[in-house]
Design a protein around this ligand. Structure first.
Ligand SMILES: [Zn+2]
Length: 266
């Protein structure tokens, strides 16, 4: 079975230089491709270095809404220069009205500038959205979007909006975190996702799975738990179980979806 991680942050400093070991563990469990998302200018070089090291990595460059305040005056030119260097995707970009004390002003402008780049180059875009689904929908509807599509990563929006987002080219990515008992609403939402728009992700090192599904326990230097990217197989199994499907058929469908969206990213 070939497994595809639609969204993680393998470059994260919390992994403390153990990326080689993590990638080897991933490959042993069947991971053949992972989209590694940069979040700000300071981590783009690390994402690029990982991509040069292993061909399972599809690098993705973007400004995450949590980091937009760190941007330099020429951030957009720098972003373009990273996209020029290697076949890549755009992300993680997005909008966030959930995080306390995070200013919203300027988020839309930064998001739209990056969406424009993705659309001009027809690169898949990975989108983070918390508590602003209606606005995200309207912005996507009213602006050019990448023709190949985009990912709503860790989709936690209302199930009623799935058809409208599908029409705009969206794929919906399921994180292992939604396997926690208390995330029932988010899990149920995924019953409504059209099978040809379904993806899975770890979001490692974040979004830890429930304890009994956490096959690769890992911690940072201070002992705080981290999500190991090789937990992807447990995400596949957990979602297949929930949907009442065979994990092999789920994996075959997700492989097709991943290839269609990310396959020929250039
Ligand atoms: Zn992320």
């Amino acid at each position: 079975m070939n497994l595809y991680d639609a969204h993680n942050h393998l470059q994260d400093d919390r992994f403390a230089g153990r990326q080689g070991e993590l990638m080897a563990a991933c490959e042993k469990t069947g991971v053949v491709r992972m989209v590694v998302n940069g979040a700000c200018e300071s981590d783009w070089p690390q994402v690029l270095a990982l991509a040069r090291r292993s061909e399972i990595i599809l690098p993705s460059f973007g400004y995450h809404p949590w980091h937009v305040a760190e941007r330099t005056p020429d951030w957009i030119q720098r972003l373009e220069s990273f996209l020029d260097q290697v076949p890549s995707a755009v992300g993680e970009i997005g909008l966030d009205r959930w995080k306390p004390n995070l200013p919203y002003e300027s988020q839309e402008e930064i998001f739209l500038a990056q969406l424009r780049l993705a659309s001009q180059r027809n690169l898949p875009a990975s989108i983070h959205c918390l508590q602003t689904w209606g606005r995200l929908h309207d912005l996507l509807r009213d602006h050019p979007r990448p023709a190949r599509g985009l990912v709503l990563h860790s989709f936690g929006g209302p199930k009623e909006m799935i058809p409208a987002f599908t029409k705009l080219g969206a794929y919906f990515s399921f994180p292992g975190y939604f396997l926690h008992e208390r995330k029932q609403r988010q899990r149920e939402t995924f019953r409504r996702v059209p099978p040809h728009r379904l993806l899975l992700e770890t979001d490692a090192p974040d979004q830890l799975l429930p304890g009994d599904r956490n096959r690769f326990p890992l911690a940072d230097a201070d002992g705080r738990p981290l999500n190991h990217p090789a937990n992807l197989s447990a995400v596949y199994e957990g979602l297949a179980e929930f949907l009442g499907e065979k994990v092999e058929s789920l994996a075959a469908q997700v492989e097709e979806n991943f290839q269609r969206l990310f396959g020929g990213a250039r």
